[in-house]
Write a protein that binds this ligand. Structure first.
Ligand code: HEM
Length: 151
């Protein structure tokens, strides 16, 4: 098997694995951890402690997803005018735009609002809605990934 093709398989593998870790972790947070800790006496400390670790994992996996996504596009010969002129390219472009939005929301959530609102989330659901919107976009990204390769 050619080196290029082997690299492509590794890239798709890491792309999917990164998606599983980032999306799976975010879904676990929203659907299990936060509801389970709702009335827990150490809620703030536990969310902060787990949040600090997951934040690092999130940014590393988003970095891996982006690099492997670009390599996947390169392998499909889409990193040129075909990005604008082909259907697969346009889907990938939409993915990149949504990804930029995920990064923006991630910065809002982790860097700006998170530290500020940790004491007040009961009253300000905004931070939870940002996390939910990121997960919804993540689910759309999987669909777009499937469509890029299968048309
Ligand atoms: C949170 C962000 C993302 C998620 C959750 C995600 C998820 C996925 C998944 C699950 C697949 C596999 C689909 C399949 O094999 O049927 C896929 C494929 C793909 N993704 Fe992403 N992706 C994300 C971001 C990106 C970005 C930013 C790019 C481009 C820079 C990108 C480009 C691609 C390409 C080109 C494929 C096709 C790979 C192949 O040849 O099989 N993805 N994506």
């Amino acid at each position: 098997m050619e080196m290029d093709q082997q690299l492509y398989y590794v890239s798709v593998y890491l792309h999917i694995l990164g998606s599983i870790i980032w999306l799976g972790g975010s879904l676990f947070y929203a659907m299990v951890l936060v509801p389970a800790l709702k009335n827990h006496p150490a809620r703030k400390e536990l969310i902060l402690a787990t949040g600090k670790i997951f934040r690092i994992i999130s940014w590393i996996t988003l970095g891996i997803i982006l690099l492997t996504g670009l390599y996947n596009l390169h392998y499909h010969g889409l990193l040129n005018n075909l990005l604008f002129e082909s259907r697969a390219g346009q889907l990938a472009l939409l993915k990149m735009l949504l990804f930029a939005f995920i990064i923006l929301l991630g910065l809002l959530h982790d860097v700006w609002l998170g530290p500020k609102l940790i004491n007040k989330t009961q009253k300000y659901p905004l931070i939870r809605w940002i996390a939910r919107i990121m997960v919804i976009i993540g689910l759309i990204m999987i669909w777009l990934g499937i469509k890029i390769v299968r048309g």
